[in-house]
Design a protein around this ligand. Structure first.
Ligand SMILES: Cc1cc2nc3c(=O)[nH]c(=O)nc-3n(C[C@H](O)[C@H](O)[C@H](O)COP(=O)(O)OP(=O)(O)OC[C@H]3O[C@@H](n4cnc5c(N)ncnc54)[C@H](O)[C@@H]3O)c2cc1C
Length: 410
């Protein structure tokens, strides 16, 4: 069967980038997104690492992103007393890895990706929530959406995030997301007095919660707090906390932490504070079944403590499009995609979880952490090299997997 029409479920990082790469490779992608066109822009900010920026560069989208975002020159870590306990220097990332990581608001990055999808005339159907699938033997697959509509294609890619419906449908026995013990919150404020702090991301191991902030040269502050919360709160529980009550709780949690933590929280509009339980995905037995495949968070969500989820989703998009372009037969192409990606991404998931565990305050371990921070950071720098250094060579053909277990390269 010649694959032409690819149904993509979800218009996040993986879905939009996959559509752009597939279109370039001569396929007919169509995106089906559960939310309304307006709803997709919601969210806070993220760090897009050099490996993710390189994928966008391949798509010709790095320039608009650099206009919206700004590079962080590194990370400086402080203990609860405000003592500097270590730092990472990212200033030579361009020379070392071929791109500089960018700090971006989600709304900005989606505007760029979705704008390019629209410019290239790729159909995006909003308000289509996938609810069911029907595999038509060798003929392809039918996607069924809430409300009774459907769509048919030769392949369906579930780029529908950590709560993936596609995953639940094709792998009903597979494990679901795992909670990390942290709830993320944060927002934006404007404090011209902090202009002198611009450059690196500042990371503070507070008395009761971890706090991070980065300042644009204009004085706009992007910040987050990782709040320890033993049992995973439900969406309803989090929604029931009024914004002013949540802000007050954060002020209490961070009372006594080094300046300017409290000042940043106090100056932020309570209504703008999001709340997200942080989770990741355990290893799945498979990422594909018949003509259906998972990408991005749907297959391998990572907690944000390695700053890699979006970059890995973008890498997936490029690699899957290459496999479909270069490898004869759908099943070998999807198998090659999984083989090329699984080891790499699952290593990042584990690393990110370890980073997150360090953020949970502990009276004894806190002191050990302070002492060992330079050692941790040297190890983190070494671990970052293959992660940031990864480049998908779009032009290079993807070899078909010759022997089971043989190593493939992109
Ligand atoms: C608080 C927080 C901070 C983060 N910070 C960073 C960071 O600094 N750096 C980084 O690289 N990563 C970060 N991440 C991770 C990053 O956001 C994800 O890894 C990334 O969004 C994954 O992209 P994706 O396209 O796979 O999924 P998503 O971006 O989740 O997109 C999935 C899309 O599918 C749609 N969808 C869902 N279900 C259906 C359905 N049934 N039918 C149709 N459509 C559906 C959704 O509406 C959504 O648009 C963070 C995550 C969180 C929660």
């Amino acid at each position: 069967m010649m694959v032409r029409k690819v149904l993509i479920i979800g218009s996040g990082f993986a879905g939009t980038a996959l559509a752009l790469f597939l279109k370039r490779a001569g396929f007919d992608p169509e995106i089906y997104e559960a939310r309304s066109a307006l709803g997709v822009d919601a969210g806070a900010f993220l760090y897009l690492a050099p490996n993710g920026v390189k994928v966008l560069k391949e798509l010709g989208l790095d320039r608009p992103l650099e206009q919206d975002g700004f590079p962080a020159t590194g990370m400086v870590f402080y203990n609860q007393k405000g003592r500097r306990i270590g730092e990472l220097d990212n200033r030579s990332d361009l020379e070392r890895y071929g791109a500089r990581g960018q700090v971006l608001k989600r709304a900005q990055i989606f505007r760029v990706l979705q704008g390019e999808v629209a410019r290239q005339g790729i159909p995006v159907h909003y308000g289509r929530r996938l609810e069911g699938l029907e595999v038509l033997g060798q003929e392809g697959v039918v996607a069924r959406f809430a409300g009774g509509t459907s769509a048919e294609g030769e392949v369906l890619v579930g780029a529908d995030g950590i709560n993936s419906s596609t995953r639940r449908i094709i792998l009903p026995q597979s494990p679901g997301p795992r909670y990390t013990g942290l709830v993320d919150t944060g927002g934006f404020t404007f404090l011209p007095s902090l202009r002198a702090h611009s450059g690196p991301q500042h990371m503070i191991f507070g008395h009761k919660a971890f706090f991070g902030y980065v300042v644009r040269p204009s004085g706009e502050v992007y910040w987050f707090s990782n709040v320890p919360w033993a049992r995973e709160p439900t969406r309803e529980e989090l929604k029931a906390i009024a914004p002013a009550v949540w802000k007050q709780r954060l002020l209490e949690l961070h009372a006594g932490d080094p300046a300017p933590v409290v000042e940043i929280i106090r100056s932020t509009e309570a209504e703008g504070l999001g709340k997200w339980p942080l989770r990741d995905m355990p290893s799945l037995p498979a990422w594909h079944k018949g003509p259906v495949c998972l990408v991005g968070d749907a297959a391998h969500a990572t907690s944000p403590s390695a700053g890699q989820g979006a970059s890995l989703a973008l890498e997936d998009a490029a690699v899957l499009a290459k496999c479909l372009r270069d490898i004869r037969g759908l099943e070998p192409a999807l198998a090659a995609f999984q083989r090329l990606r699984k080891g790499r991404v699952e290593q990042v998931v584990r690393q990110s979880r370890r980073n997150g565990d360090l953020k949970i305050p502990h009276p004894v371990m806190g002191r050990v952490r302070d002492l060992l921070m330079p050692v941790f950071l040297r190890a983190a720098e070494r671990a970052a090299q293959p992660i940031y250094g990864y480049t998908v060579d779009w032009e290079a053909p993807t070899p078909a997997p010759a022997v089971d277990g043989a190593e493939l390269r992109v």
